[in-house]
Ligand binder design. Structure first.
Ligand SMILES: [Fe+2]
Length: 507
């Protein structure tokens, strides 16, 4: 039994027209390079990357595809319509079937939400704001299909992709029974924020896919806010019936010999952990720590009987385990390392293969526009990205730019950043740690190299990207009980903190 799992496609509708181009005229509506480099995903490349993923799935003879949420750019009516166009085409031409759940960019709870984006034509010049908000500045283009969907609208729009009961599956149910009508899919007495698009589906004999809607909305003032940070903490608190249903599903799966795989947009465990037993805690940078659930949420899901959970949201790959629950972080096609996951589940064995995108035809369609935008700035990150000879290199340059311009300033204080160009051997007492003798080739490296490696390792979710020797050096540096005393520069507690986070990635 094989399925593909695709996370965070974030499809930007290149062909939408948006009131500035003739629809279907062939000219592309593009996000700017500046916006791209400031985001944790690339935009204009989402369409060719999604096509490359789907072609690869077809070529491997896989039929069933899970979309782990954030399938659209930001839930705009137009972007969702473009997603449906792609899905229909692969259903009709290749017989693929799609089962999806919602992410924080697909729908906005009881009320829709205005969206606004800066778009250019193919020449890359004079970007204009396109928005659904009629009260926007008069220079903006007003387009009703830029409006982000409510959850009810999304359930209706995506009904054909598992949200409503499909014709050709062996079993389908929701936490509330077997009705697929939205009116029957919320707890008795709840308001529209209680809508829950979760479902269980058996697309292949013996394979149960538990698709969990983990979008919890809470009203703050007049606005419905989505609890996307630490989402599973909110899900378990706000939807107590869900854990009871999961427990029941897991027991039935066990009794009837079904392989149960669970999916939601958000991590069920912190994606990096430190400590043992009751002392297990997230080992993440501040931005990640804020977004991760508590280990306790993962423990509750493990206790309910989930063994495999697949998450998106963070746009990274990886695998983390606690109390028998394995959380597979599925990489996005539109952020480093760029890929998706194949699950091979035969009887008791579940194999996970991460596929990395290599050739993506047309990934550089926006490059002429980018060049026009980059030339006047002279920005090195921009020119590095534009020098990329292929899609993986482009994603690598994109992450490198994010490290320098976003992650480093947001994650680390000035004192830490001030020593980035200092050699590791000068920051730590590498003689006392025995590293000079063992790893003479690595101790002269600047701290910056290790920091870069940290963020790339975090994106990969594996240590495969670095040589075994370098990983061994980093493990030795992070592991020693003497590390704290060996920090040469006084007052740099952040160096210790950095080594703790690094240790969690290579342990
Ligand atoms: Fe996303």
């Amino acid at each position: 039994m094989k399925i593909a799992v695709v996370a965070d496609v974030h499809l930007h509708d290149l062909h939408g027209g948006y009131g500035m181009l003739e629809e279907g005229g062939g000219e592309l509506a593009l996000r700017t390079l500046e916006d791209t480099m400031a985001s944790t995903r690339v935009f204009n490349e989402s369409y060719p990357a999604f096509i490359a993923v789907l072609d690869d799935i077809v070529q491997r003879g896989i039929r069933d595809v899970v979309l782990l949420g954030d399938y659209s750019d930001d839930g705009q009516l137009g972007a969702v319509s473009a997603v449906k166009g792609v899905l229909s085409s692969y259903e009709e031409r290749h017989g693929l079937r799609f089962f999806l759940t919602f992410g924080n960019h697909d729908c906005y709870g009881p009320e829709p939400r205005h969206q606004a984006k800066r778009l250019t034509k193919a020449d890359g010049l004079q970007p204009v704001i396109v928005t659904s908000d009629e009260n926007a500045d008069e220079t903006a283009l007003i387009r009703s299909d830029m409006r982000g969907m409510s959850t009810l609208e999304a359930m209706d729009a995506m009904a054909d992709y598992g949200i409503a009961q499909p014709d050709d599956v062996l079993h389908w149910e929701t936490p509330f029974g077997d009705s697929d009508q939205p009116k029957d899919r919320r707890p008795a007495g709840s308001d529209a924020s209680g809508l829950d698009a979760s479902y269980l589906v058996e697309p292949q004999d013996g394979l149960w896919l538990l698709m969990l809607d983990a979008n919890v909305f809470q009203k703050v003032g007049n606005v419905w806010e989505l609890r996307a940070d630490a989402a599973w903490d909110y899900v378990l608190a706000a939807r107590p019936y869900l854990l009871a249903w999961i427990t029941d599903v897991a027991q039935r799966a066990d009794q009837s010999g079904k392989t149960l795989l669970a999916f939601s947009h958000y991590p069920a465990l912190p994606l990096a952990l430190a400590g043992e037993g009751d002392a297990v805690k997230a080992a993440c940078t501040p931005d990640w720590a804020r977004r991760m659930p508590s280990p306790e949420s993962g423990r509750q899901l493990a206790k309910a009987g989930i063994r495999w959970h697949f998450s998106g949201h963070m746009h990274v790959g990886g695998r983390i385990e606690l109390d028998g629950l394995v959380n597979i972080a599925v990489p996005s096609p539109v952020a480093y390392p760029g890929g998706y996951v194949i699950v091979n589940a035969d009887s008791d064995k579940v194999d996970i293969e991460t596929v990395r995108l290599e050739a993506v035809q047309g990934y550089d369609a926006a490059f002429p526009a980018y060049r026009a935008q980059a030339a006047p700035t002279g920005d090195r990150a921009f020119s590095d990205a534009l020098a990329a000879p292929n899609y993986p290199s482009f994603l690598r340059a994109h992450l490198q730019s994010l490290i320098e311009n976003k992650h480093l300033p947001e994650d680390w204080p000035p004192e830490f950043r001030a020593v980035l160009d200092t050699q590791i051997g000068q920051l730590f007492d590498v003689d006392a740690l025995g590293l000079t003798e063992r790893w003479p080739q690595f101790t002269p490296l600047p701290l910056r190299q290790m920091v870069d490696d940290f963020y790339f390792l975090r994106g990969d979710g594996t240590t495969n990207g670095l040589s075994a020797e370098k990983i061994a050096f980093y493990r030795d540096l992070c592991a020693g009980t003497m590390v704290e005393e060996s920090v040469k520069t006084s007052g740099l507690q952040d160096l210790i903190r950095f080594l703790e986070l690094f240790r969690a990635l290579v342990r």
